[in-house]
Each structure stands twice: as structure tokens, then as C-alpha cells.
Design a binder for this molecule. Structure first.
Ligand code: ZN
Ligand code: FE
Length: 252
């Protein structure tokens, strides 16, 4: 059976996730912005956390870990990128891109999504990918450490996942991302539809499939001739177009 995924809003605009394997009872917590809402979400369902998967070292993704561990009855196995082990909380399992990660009986794969930070990883399972601050709902993370080319390559690795993969990212930036998407493609109704859907259905509706992301997320749409033309970049490469989109979003 595929993982059951619960979205846990944390802090001001962060998301953590519970990824539960109903067959084994294992549950992974993906990123730990703060402990209390995660402990409550586990408690509400009677789920026992077995794993923590960390996407990158930024405080708003790891700072709740010690409190989470203190609040759990049994130890969890903490997984994060080997390349970032020096700046992540202590890891029980240090992984590299290409490695397999088990949550109970469900196998996932570690993907390098450097760009926002260098060493950032995503975890791709059948039907769902946890992308942290790389590919985000209607957007993508800022380039704090990596280059635009690096982030573009990361986005393309995610874009190669099956089209029905749900993309679960680390923040709710839908309003700002929609305003930007509209500035790039004023007539793209798919982006508006996503915001409306999320307003009606709440946090669980923020994250959609890769296919829907491709229809609405301007950063993935850098491949389209009409998007290049709208930016005055007819004939530019995909990664140059992405770089210009990222620059414009930073100044937006
Ligand atoms: Zn971050
Ligand atoms: Fe973040």
C-alpha cells in the first residue's frame, strides 16, 4: 500500500508531513519546524513515529527535533544528507543521492535537489515526493547557496518522477507565488484554480501532483516557448529562462 500522507502546518508558513505505512505501522516525520503540532497530529491518529527525514539544515526545518524526540515514547531514526551531516542535528542514517530509504515496508529514494542550499535532498516515494525548499507549491526555493543552473538541474530531476507524484514542499507561499505566476502568465487559469482549491480545502489541498504543478508553476514552465517569449527571452535555454524567472521573483 502507498504511504498515507498528512500535512502538518507549523510556525507561520512551514509544513511538516507525516508519512505512514499502514502495513507496518511505521510513520516518518518529514522536517521538524516545531514539535507540538507534529506530536498532536501523531496523537490524533494513534500513530507512532519511527523515522524523521530531514530535507536540509535550515533552522525552520530542524529546530523542533530535540523537543519532538523528548515528547515521543520511543526513539526515532533520524535521516539526513551525509553531505550536510556537519550542520544537521545528529543523524542515525546519513544518506547520499541515489540511496534508498525505507519507511516501514515502503521504499523511497534520495534525490539531490541542491540550489536553495547545497546538500539539500528530496525523498521520493511511490506517489509522493518530499521536496523541502526546492520545488514548492506554485514556486521554488530561493537560491541561498547554489546557482540557478544547480536548481534547474534539481527541478528537472524532480520533473522526471512519475507525473502523478504528489509534490509535498516545506512552505505555504501560495499567495505570493500566485501573484508572481500571474505576472508571468496572466491567462494561466490552472494557477488560479489551485489557490481557489487550497482556500476551500485547506492545508491538505496545497500540494498537488507533478502534472498539475507543471501546468501552473512558472518555474517548471521555463521550458515553454510562450513563457520564454513572455519574458523577452525567445530562443534562450531552459536554464537561462529559469534563472531570469528566479531573479524576477526575488525582486517581485
Ligand atoms: Zn530553507
Ligand atoms: Fe524553509
Amino acid at each position: 500500500m502507498p504511504l498515507q500522507v498528512i500535512t502538518v502546518p507549523c510556525l507561520k508558513d512551514n509544513f511538516a508531513f507525516l508519512a505512514h505505512d499502514p502495513d507496518s505501522g511505521a510513520t516518518a516525520v518529514v522536517d521538524v519546524p516545531e514539535a507540538a503540532p507534529i506530536l498532536k497530529a501523531l496523537d490524533d491518529r494513534g500513530w507512532r513515529a519511527t523515522d524523521v527525514l530531514l530535507t536540509h539544515h535550515h533552522a525552520d526545518h530542524v529546530q523542533g527535533l530535540a523537543a519532538l524526540q523528548a515528547g515521543l515514547a520511543a526513539p526515532v531514526r533520524v535521516t539526513g544528507a551525509a553531505a550536510d551531516a556537519h550542520r544537521l542535528p545528529p543523524l542515525d542514517r546519513a544518506v547520499s543521492p541515489g540511496d534508498s530509504v525505507m519507511v516501514g515496508g515502503v521504499e523511497g529514494r534520495v534525490i539531490d535537489v541542491s540550489g536553495h542550499t547545497v546538500g539539500h535532498v528530496a525523498y521520493a516515494f511511490p506517489g509522493v515526493a518530499f521536496t523541502g525548499d526546492s520545488l514548492m507549491a506554485l514556486g521554488c526555493g530561493r537560491l541561498f547557496e547554489g546557482t540557478a543552473q544547480m536548481m534547474w538541474d534539481s527541478l528537472m530531476r524532480l520533473a522526471a518522477l512519475p507525473p502523478d507524484t504528489r509534490i509535498c514542499s516545506g512552505h505555504d507561499y501560495l499567495d505570493g507565488n500566485l501573484a508572481f505566476a500571474r505576472s508571468v502568465e496572466p491567462d494561466n487559469a490552472a494557477a488560479d484554480a489551485r489557490l481557489t482549491h487550497a482556500r476551500q480545502k485547506g492545508a491538505e489541498a496545497v500540494h498537488v501532483t507533478l502534472d498539475e504543478e507543471r501546468a501552473s508553476n512558472p518555474f517548471l514552465r521555463a521550458v515553454l516557448p510562450e513563457v520564454k517569449a513572455a519574458l523577452g527571452l525567445a530562443g534562450a535555454s531552459d536554464s537561462e529562462t529559469f534563472a531570469e524567472l528566479r531573479r524576477r521573483k526575488d525582486a517581485f
